[in-house]
Design a protein around this ligand. Structure first.
Ligand SMILES: Cc1cc2nc3c(=O)[nH]c(=O)nc-3n(C[C@H](O)[C@H](O)[C@H](O)COP(=O)(O)OP(=O)(O)OC[C@H]3O[C@@H](n4cnc5c(N)ncnc54)[C@H](O)[C@@H]3O)c2cc1C
Length: 458
């Protein structure tokens, strides 16, 4: 289509801060809050009118376990648990109980989470920019001096000493031209929906299997074979959160592909509802919430000083610069075939195809036992070829199988906290981000509420 030349312009500076965070999911908010609590002057840029990212805009309301595989030792705390305590005050979180046969996890109310995140930002004096989109970076030799946002006011610049790219899609690092990777098979995006009066179907059909119904070719509008899961909705006992749509082969870092994926997934949500309305008990089913933003599983990854690999996750490689811990297994949502493959830390693996019994096998001999947890090293947050940018969230350095595990929010949240603290230490000690003393980083994280497994000395 050719190009047009834009006129040069002078852009007003909205503020000058120590740290500017791009992207306001919990990852970004936690980076900003941790830095502000250490005395830094911080700004945060968020495209939506509220914080939370996939946890709020995407209606994905489930955080995984904060415990090791034996469920004995707590391995995650920090702001994730602080937020859970805030949510508890309003009955806005349910802790799933493994002793009742559930995975240990937290299901929360996304609307209350939005307000709790607002409070954290306001209390800590972070300067928020909502409805603000990061559009460009002023940089040279890998050093960013300012970023450009577009919001209702117009086009504005924010100057900072340090930047955290928590945009999920690596918008900052890609605009800077830093090396990024896109895996060959990108995990597909999904638009989540909440359906009211869903439980009437279950009452009338005790054997009801959602995946057997919505992918069943006897329905002319059946979905192409994919994967579906869902969750109860806090405070709405008749409702169900459903994640069943998926846009195969979409690349949500491409504007046209993202647009098509949004429309395609909403059409699939409608098909799911129409199919369910034909099931006895489903007559009153109502589509009550559609995610404000398609849930993006994967786009760009930063090329970082360390790229986590599947072995690091599954076998629990020990890193001297560990800043985060997790147990969620490597879960690959296939874009080119139905279902998901999940490898667990206990040595088992499962291929789950809709409407069919899961196929279980082992990736490691039973005698090897279970990996208690895995570690995320600080180096996987440091992109190559820049001196004042860190990445946090789903774009950190990880290969496809490690990515299947680290992408969950309990993990992303910890990377945000570490990124915020690391920027403050680099600033206060006048050292480069790659020379941040690891013992000080971990000590400062601990003093701010993070925990480290007992076996690790500080
Ligand atoms: C359907 C689905 C189900 C999932 N299920 C679970 C689950 O059950 N549990 C779990 O823990 N994880 C789950 N995940 C994974 C998890 O939600 C994501 O990997 C995680 O939210 C990524 O966090 P993030 O902070 O990197 O990115 P995001 O949550 O995507 O946040 C990025 C933020 O940056 C903002 N942003 C982006 N670009 C710009 C820009 N240019 N300017 C300004 N702001 C910008 C966005 O608006 C957003 O708020 C699921 C993901 C999907 C899609």
């Amino acid at each position: 289509m050719g190009t047009i030349e834009e006129k040069g312009r002078n852009t007003p500076i909205a503020c000058t801060v120590d740290l500017c965070v791009i992207g306001g999911s919990c990852t970004g908010v936690f980076a900003a809050v941790r830095a502000a609590r250490l005395g830094a002057k911080v700004a945060i840029i968020e495209n939506n009118g509220f914080f939370g990212g996939v946890a709020t805009a995407g209606l994905v309301t489930l955080w995984h376990s904060a415990f090791d595989m034996a469920r004995k030792q707590q391995i995650v705390a920090g702001l994730s648990l602080e937020i859970i305590e805030k949510l508890k005050k309003r009955n806005a979180v349910q802790v799933l109980d493994p002793d009742a046969g559930q995975h240990r996890a937290y299901v929360f109310n996304p609307e209350e989470l939005k307000i709790d995140l607002d409070e954290l930002i306001v209390e800590t004096g972070v300067r928020p920019f909502l409805h603000a989109r990061f559009v460009d970076a002023v940089h040279s030799n890998g050093q960013v001096s300012a970023i450009i946002i577009e919001d209702k006011t117009g086009r504005r610049a924010i100057e900072a000493g340090y930047f955290v790219d928590a945009s999920g899609d690596g918008d900052l690092i890609s605009r800077m031209g830093l090396p990024c990777i896109k895996h060959d098979e990108l995990q597909p995006p999904t638009t989540v929906a909440i359906l009211d009066n869903y439980n009437a179907i279950l009452r009338q059909n005790p054997e009801f299997d959602l995946s057997k119904e919505i992918f069943n070719p006897r329905h002319p509008n059946a979905l192409k074979q994919g994967f579906v899961w869902g969750s109860n909705v806090i405070g709405r006992p008749e409702s169900y959160m459903i994640a069943g749509s998926r846009a195969h082969n979409a690349d949500c870092s491409d504007g046209d592909s993202l647009t098509q994926a949004e429309i395609k997934c909403r059409r699939q949500v409608r098909a799911i509802c129409d199919i369910l309305r034909q099931v006895p008990g489903g007559e009153q089913l109502a589509l009550s919430n559609l995610a404000a933003y398609i849930g993006i599983r994967e786009t760009r990854h930063a090329t970082c000083l360390y790229t986590l690999c599947g072995k690091d996750i599954l076998e629990g490689t020990s890193f001297s610069d560990a800043i985060g811990y997790g147990t969620y297994g490597a879960d690959i949502h296939h874009s080119n075939k139905a279902g998901i493959t999940m490898k667990y830390l206990d040595g088992t693996q499962r291929y789950a195809e809709p409407g069919k019994p899961s196929v279980w096998s082992r990736w490691r001999d039973e005698s090897a036992g279970s990996t208690p947890y895995y570690q995320i090293p600080y180096r996987s947050l440091i992109p190559e070829s820049t001196s004042n940018v860190l990445v946090a969230g789903r774009l950190i350095g990880a290969d496809p199988s490690a990515y299947g595990a680290i992408r969950v929010m309990m993990n992303c949240n910890q990377t945000g906290e570490a990124a915020g603290v690391a920027c403050c230490i680099a600033m206060n000690k006048s050292v480069s981000l790659s020379d941040v003393p690891i013992d000080l980083l971990r000590k400062t994280l601990k003093e701010g509420g993070s925990i480290f497994p007992e076996s690790e000395t500080l």
